[in-house]
Design a protein around this ligand. Sequence first.
Ligand code: ZN
Length: 268
Amino acid sequence: MTSHQPQASHHISAPASPAAVACPVCSIETVPHDVVDFSKNCEEARQRFLPLAGWPIYYHRCPDCGFVLAPEFRQWSDQDFQQHIYNERYAEIDPDALSKRPAANADLLRQLFGGSHKEIRHLDYGGHGALSGALAEQGWDSAAYQPVPHDPQRLADLGKFNLISAFEVFQRAPDVNQLMQNLAALMEDECMVLFSTLLTDGTVKPNTRLTWWYAAPRNGHVSLYSRQSLTLLAEQHHLQFGSFNNGLHCLFNQLPAWAARLLTPKQT
Ligand SMILES: [Zn+2]
């Protein structure tokens, strides 16, 4: 009668449960949401799959604010990121990063603010120079800054800006509070930060697997934000948060006049 009951095995042992991880935004305990292979990358949206790496990456979700993080990357050094993510093969899983995306984003900034560019001191946070170079060619005061490796002196030497762009940067931050502190330190009293990252709202939900293409450890997408988590982060750093759409957002202290025009409903 016992022949169909599973036998206790001496060959396997129960693995450890995922460790408890506090939400870096609202401090309550997150729930382990899913585990994916390290090779999961954004190009899977275009049917490009890498061989499995055999390296499980856990993503946790905050049940309160909706922030999603892969806690493992908080232990990584800058060198670890260089070796495993931003290495010589990175372009294969982010082919638009080198020129297509910077060119499109330079166009966007020109469309939004081109008429006011003489009043703008611009920093492309996380940019490697293509975007700021394209703007500088057209007479903008524009610089680029790479936040890795973290260097407080280099950050302080940059000065302050009234327009900061951070395209596809937020989801790469293993420490979101460090990111917010860095940005706040670079902001003039009247400054807008324009940034892109896709929101988890409506996509990463309880009782669903993490199939979303944007949750991609191979691309360094280690922090995924909900609207609520960005609102809370802004408040904690004495900033205001707004969204233009699901992918394009802004933070500001006081809006410069040329930016206020963008956010104020047009008079009819
Ligand atoms: Zn939270």
